[in-house]
Design a protein around this ligand. Structure first.
Ligand SMILES: [Zn+2]
Ligand SMILES: [Zn+2]
Length: 177
């Protein structure tokens, strides 16, 4: 089945007017790119990212095609709006926070004004997670931990905290079988 995806830019412009006082555009040009992901983004419903190249900030909102194409418009709108708040905190307020006080107060303000969807801190949509199928064992204390993949050079947090002032030490490496 081919899923049709709603175009995101018109919604971006609408929210930009409604909730962000048009601050996320200059001369109708979005300050951030907005696009759908390819089919591989299955771990999160959407995210905001920024790069800085030679002093020029390049930021982008990416929404997950595989996750959101199965959900309703309201869920897409809620996710887009969530990511727009991240963009606004970063690009307009110039504050480095994730779901901090500025994010939350904007979120609450929008939630009060909006009837069709609500934004939350967590995207609580069905997200495909890989199974925890790898067992790692601490070289020092023998405690076993489960992981989604084998990770090189990680140490047992408990032992690091107990014996090495919280810093990484190879005596408590986690070994995978
Ligand atoms: Zn977020
Ligand atoms: Zn340990």
């Amino acid at each position: 089945m081919i899923m049709s995806l709603i175009p995101l830019l018109p919604v971006f412009h609408k929210f930009n007017r409604q909730f962000f006082d048009q601050s996320l555009t200059t001369n109708r040009e979005p300050l951030v790119k907005v696009r759908w992901s390819d089919n591989r983004l299955k771990t999160t419903a959407g995210f905001y990212k920024r790069k800085q190249l030679k002093g020029v900030i390049d930021s982008e909102i990416i929404l997950s095609k595989p996750i959101l194409s199965k959900l309703s418009c309201n869920e897409i709108h809620s996710t887009l709006c969530h990511e727009m708040i991240h963009a606004w905190v970063d690009r307009i307020l110039n504050i480095n926070e994730i779901h901090g006080p500025n994010f939350l107060s904007k979120m609450n303000e929008i939630n009060k004004a909006e009837n069709n969807f609500q934004i939350s801190i967590r995207h609580n949509f069905p997200v495909e997670r890989k199974a925890l199928k790898y067992t790692g064992k601490c070289l020092n204390c023998g405690e076993k931990y489960m992981y989604r993949k084998r990770i090189k050079n990680i140490a047992c947090k408990k032992c690091c905290n107990l014996f090495f002032n919280g810093s990484w030490n190879k005596k408590c490496l986690i070994l995978f079988d």
